[in-house]
Design a protein around this ligand. Structure first.
Ligand code: XBP
Ligand code: MG
Length: 309
């Protein structure tokens, strides 16, 4: 009998190999006895003969991921809404960055009004004002989007086309209002954009917005998929937290507001789909954009990576 081969370890200075040895994403437990991680993955893959971990759908966040809508879109439109009601309030870039900790535009308004001495005194009055401002804001936002000053982020349209050609379904999983998604995608993908998406779940469709997992759970139910058959694309820590709480693997494309934000639990983190440089895990080759093959590679590996490399 031959002695067992010792486990091979990569050289200590091989940062990529070291990352690759980190624990796998925690998988939901299949029924029956558990005999270790490998057995779990095998059992999952074999459940009812369905390839439980094959990538079948991309779940797209909107604000910050499809386009840089926050700083130059929603923030500007909120300020136009304040002005249109004769209110002296304005959100500069720094203040809006702080307010992004609150997801949902109306909720963001309520959070800000609660801090203002010159806001209406009662909660009911503040709620009514927030609703009015939010409706006005969404109108101004649609105008901004129509003026084509908010392009899709580079690489987004290309990846969508690649997915459609490969039979990987697309879905929208966002906290923003349906009207805002429609305004943005109508301009960039055409009036029949909805036909290209197997599911569209927006702010109005959930009881609890991100970081709650509800938006992802609803999308998965509509798609008839298990979490590990999907991959979420997100830009914010709240979006990542929501996807992870739904057990959906998530790839982070950094946006302007969350360029430095601490991100925990993604399977890949990088500057955007437009470049192969600067990603963790690293991509082969510096030329060209991030493609479906890259996402499939990360999804197959399902390693949790750290933003710190
Ligand atoms: C980001 C948000 C949104 C927008 C504003 O959502 O928090 O609330 O800032 O949208 P996501 P509404 O990145 O998940 O798309 O004003 O329509 O709520
Ligand atoms: Mg976002």
């Amino acid at each position: 009998m031959t002695a067992p081969t010792p486990r091979q370890t990569p050289p200590a200075d091989d940062a990529y190999a070291a990352r690759a040895r980190r624990p796998l994403i925690r998988l939901p437990h299949p029924p029956g006895p558990r005999t270790g991680r490998t057995a779990e993955r095998g059992a999952l893959r074999r459940t009812r003969g369905i390839p439980m971990t094959r990538l079948l759908a991309l779940l797209w966040d909107v604000d910050g991921t499809l386009a840089e809508t926050e700083r130059d879109g929603h923030r500007v439109a909120f300020n136009q809404a304040f002005e249109s009601l004769g209110l002296p309030w304005r959100w500069d870039e720094a203040r809006y960055g702080e307010l992004l900790a609150v997801t949902g535009g109306r909720e963001r308004l309520m959070a800000d009004l609660a801090t203002r001495a010159d806001a209406p005194p009662t909660a009911d009055e503040r709620d009514a004002l927030a609703r009015e401002l939010h409706a006005l804001k969404n109108g101004f936002y649609a105008e901004l989007v129509r003026s084509a000053r908010l392009p899709l982020r580079a690489g987004v349209a290309e990846l969508m086309r690649e997915c459609r050609a490969a039979g990987v379904r697309l879905a929208i999983t966002t906290t923003t209002s349906r009207s805002n998604v429609d305004a943005l995608l109508r301009v960039h993908l055409g009036a029949d954009w909805r036909a290209g998406f197997a599911a569209v779940v927006c702010g109005e469709d959930v009881q609890r917005k991100k970081p709650d997992p509800e938006v992802f759970q609803r999308a998965l139910a509509q798609l008839g998929l298990q979490p590990l058959q999907a991959l979420a694309l997100e830009d914010s820590p709240g979006g990542v937290a929501a996807a992870r709480a739904a057990e959906v693997p998530v790839v982070v494309t950094r946006s302007a507001y969350f360029a430095e934000a601490s991100v925990d639990g993604a399977i890949a983190i990088g500057p955007g789909l437009h470049t192969r440089a600067g990603w963790h895990p690293a991509l082969r080759g510096d030329d060209g954009r991030v493609g479906l093959d890259d996402l499939v590679g990360w999804h197959d590996a399902m390693e949790i990576v750290s933003q710190f490399g």
